[in-house]
Design a protein around this ligand. Structure first.
Ligand code: ATP
Ligand code: MG
Length: 240
């Protein structure tokens, strides 16, 4: 079980202190998929980065299976089995997609495994395996490769920050299929998303508003309260 206990995060700006996250308490169980949603700027990516250890909370703690991991680096957290797929994936010049898949699978995977993981995200292994993970890849290709790496990793805790960003409409159902596949396994998946179709695949939706948990619950209950109307947008922003 992954637990966030009273997580707050603030930064100093020219205009004084900016409270980005305010006393967030959440528990993520094994074998369940959680969707985190909320208005732009509500604090979702910040929360995801705190779970991965990319940024440290101003106060509060992160626990994994009873161990306090708040002070651990992202590398140490990765060794404990937490993986992160960025909203804007990082490129690595000089490293091929095949190399990255081997690293992700800790060299235990065969070429066929790489092939399966690339096909699952709609990429042909023959075309991509020897390509460099560099600026020549399109944004959508890069996002797909991140997902293939997540499938290869088989880590117990997977965090995805807007996996749908840059994925074309035609491939969206395939993306849903990937999350259903990950759901079959005994993983904790945390997906930051704005897409209703993706939110529906979760066991639980957490709505963040103004750095706080506004509500959480099963998709059918939560989605009823999140219409696309302006009123609901205002509510997500924390306005009345
Ligand atoms: N270091 C920082 N200095 C100033 N403001 C920051 C800093 N880090 C984050 N913010 C602000 O905190 C807010 C939350 O950012 P965050 O990236 O978590 O939002 P988000 O919910 O992921 O939004 P989106 O849906 O657009 O991805 C934003 O208004 C952002 O500009
Ligand atoms: Mg974000």
């Amino acid at each position: 079980m992954l637990k966030l206990k009273n997580i707050s995060y603030s930064v100093k700006t020219e205009n004084g202190k900016l409270q980005i996250l305010d006393n967030i308490c959440l528990s993520f169980e094994k074998g369940k998929t959680y969707a985190i949603t909320g208005h732009n700027g509500s604090g979702k990516s910040t929360l995801a980065k705190i779970i991965m250890g990319i940024i440290k909370p101003t106060s509060g703690s992160v626990e994994l299976d009873g161990q306090d991991i708040t002070s651990l680096s992202p590398t140490k957290r990765a060794k404990l089995g937490i993986a992160f797929a960025f909203q804007q994936p990082v490129r690595f010049k000089g490293v091929t997609i095949g190399d990255m898949l081997s690293v992700a699978s800790k060299d235990s995977a065969t070429f066929d495994d790489h092939c399966n993981n690339l096909s699952a995200v709609g990429l042909c292994a023959r075309e991509y395996i020897n390509r460099e993970l560099d600026a020549s890849l399109s944004g959508g290709e890069l996002k797909r490769i991140e997902l293939a790496l997540a499938l290869a990793r088989k880590t117990p805790v997977n965090i995805f920050d807007e996996p749908e960003a840059g994925i074309d409409l035609w491939s969206f159902d395939a993306l849903i299929g990937i999350f259903k596949k990950l759901k079959d396994k005994n993983y904790t998946n945390i997906i930051v998303s704005h897409q209703e179709k993706l939110l529906k695949t979760a066991d639980e939706i957490v709505v963040i508003s103004g750095g706080k948990v506004e509500k959480q619950g099963n998709p059918s209950d939560i989605l009823k309260t999140l219409s696309t109307s302006a009123i609901s947008c205002n509510r997500l922003r924390g306005e009345q």
